[in-house]
Design a protein around this ligand. Structure first.
Ligand code: HEC
Ligand code: HEC
Ligand code: HEC
Ligand code: HEC
Ligand code: HEC
Length: 281
């Protein structure tokens, strides 16, 4: 009797189980569909849904230079829709749109930039930014390597991170040599910046317009060396960088010398007038 009853029960239960199974599958499908829906989404929605999926990615974005205070949102790089969102962020134009000037120009004049531009059309941008998928690195390849939203090139991430990213394409020894050369270049540029700042500070005309302009130019050219070194652009190391800094130092000395001569000259004039005055008395 019992086995028969069991059979009847199981026959009766089976459709229910099947029905339940279908329901569960449906719920999963609905959830998945909802999760990958096309959009558009607001940035608050991007952040809250992705916080559930990948809290580490959101933490990296918050702590980075693109975090909430910068005003850069998920959609600034990805757009409002899911379709093509990763591809959009991987492309150089997305970054260059905001980082115009030396940041982009130093890259486009580098070998990486030239190769990346030439091969942009046949490059498959659907691929993740990691070793083996690209011949030359674009902005995102270095700064958002393998989906990391915490700027993989930031000095705070340590030299090992950069070494790892570059070594995907170059021999570790070559990369070490490039960085050693880069650090030397930066040390020299730092010394020039310090020297220029000290000259301006020591001059009692530190606040004049021409010296303020020269100081800004010094800071700009120092940054050019950083771009030259970071983006492997000889143009920025050797043209817009070091020689430009040398030019700044010469102009700063000239400006200070000129002011000093003018000062002495007017003091001289004063004493001459005084002598004239006293001779009249
Ligand atoms: C309701 C939840 C939800 C919202 C809102 C949401 N996403 Fe997603 N997103 C997902 C899920 C789930 C995936 C994973 C899809 C997959 O695995 O194919 C995903 C994947 C992605 C990917 C990777 C795509 C790829 O091709 O690898 C990016 C980039 C992304 N989302 C960005 C955004 C941005 C930007 C916004 C806001 C404009 C946003 N998401 C809003 C759930 C969401
Ligand atoms: C400054 C540009 C930038 C911003 C801002 C940005 N992303 Fe991304 N994101 C990228 C790049 C570049 C990639 C491609 C990384 C890759 O292919 O390895 C990416 C990849 C992703 C992926 C796929 C990650 C993976 O491991 O496959 C997700 C998901 C994503 N972003 C979500 C977001 C969300 C959510 C926000 C906002 C909190 C956001 N991103 C903000 C540039 C950005
Ligand atoms: C919507 C505009 C916008 C987009 C798009 C954008 N950025 Fe930025 N980026 C900013 C702002 C704003 C800052 C913070 C202010 C600053 O330091 O310039 C910043 C900071 C940075 C920094 C750090 C600069 C520093 O001084 O520490 C790097 C590196 C950077 N972005 C690279 C990228 C890369 C690579 C991409 C493309 C994947 C990108 N950015 C896309 C606006 C943008
Ligand atoms: C080969 C790897 C690589 C590529 C490609 C690359 N960068 Fe960089 N970038 C670096 C390194 C390394 C630095 C130096 C970081 C440092 O020491 O502060 C840097 C510096 C920067 C800075 C200044 C950061 C600061 O601290 O002031 C910005 C902004 C930036 N890059 C944006 C871009 C943009 C935009 C592109 C594409 C047009 C790009 N990068 C392409 C590696 C790269
Ligand atoms: C995705 C691959 C890839 C990555 C990642 C990459 N490079 Fe390159 N790099 C190349 C290619 C390809 C060339 C051109 C080689 C040639 O000249 O034939 C090149 C050229 C160079 C050159 C030579 C420039 C010249 O004028 O001759 C230097 C220096 C360099 N890379 C340094 C770096 C550094 C430093 C990093 C990391 C911050 C890096 N590369 C990351 C692919 C890459």
């Amino acid at each position: 009797m019992l086995p028969r009853l069991g059979l009847i029960v199981s026959i009766r239960i089976r459709p229910i189980v099947c029905l339940l199974g279908v329901l569960v599958l449906n719920v999963q499908a609905v959830l998945a569909e909802e999760a990958t829906q096309e959009g558009p989404y607001t940035d608050t929605e991007c952040v809250s849904c992705h916080t559930e999926r990948d809290p580490e990615l959101i933490r990296q974005w918050r702590a980075s230079a693109h975090g909430p205070e910068s005003g850069v949102e998920c959609s600034s790089c990805h757009g409002d829709f899911h379709q093509g969102s990763a591809v959009k962020a991987r492309r150089n134009d997305t970054c260059s749109g905001c980082h115009e000037g030396p940041a982009s120009h130093s890259y486009t004049t580098s070998k990486h930039g030239v190769i990346s531009r030439l091969e942009s059309v046949k490059q498959d941008w659907q691929k993740r930014l990691k070793a083996g998928n690209y011949r030359a690195p674009g902005c995102g390849y270095c700064h958002f390597h393998d989906g990391d939203h915490g700027d993989t090139m930031a000095p705070g991430r340590g030299p090992e991170m950069r070494q790892w990213v570059c070594s995907g394409c170059h021999s570790p020894r070559y990369v070490r040599e490039q960085f050693a050369n880069g650090y030397r270049q930066m040390e020299i540029a730092d010394l020039k910046l310090i020297e220029g700042e000290a000259l301006i500070a020591a001059s009692d005309h530190g606040q004049t317009d021409s010296l303020t302009k020269l100081r800004l130019s010094l800071i700009r050219h120092h940054k050019n060396v950083l771009y030259g070194v970071g983006h492997q652009s000889p143009d920025y190391q050797w043209w817009h960088g070091q020689p430009a800094l040398d030019g700044d130092l010469i102009r700063i000395r000239d400006a200070i010398g000129e002011r000093l001569r003018q000062k002495r000259f007017s003091e001289q004039l004063l004493t001459d007038t005084e002598i004239l005055q006293s001779s009249k008395d």
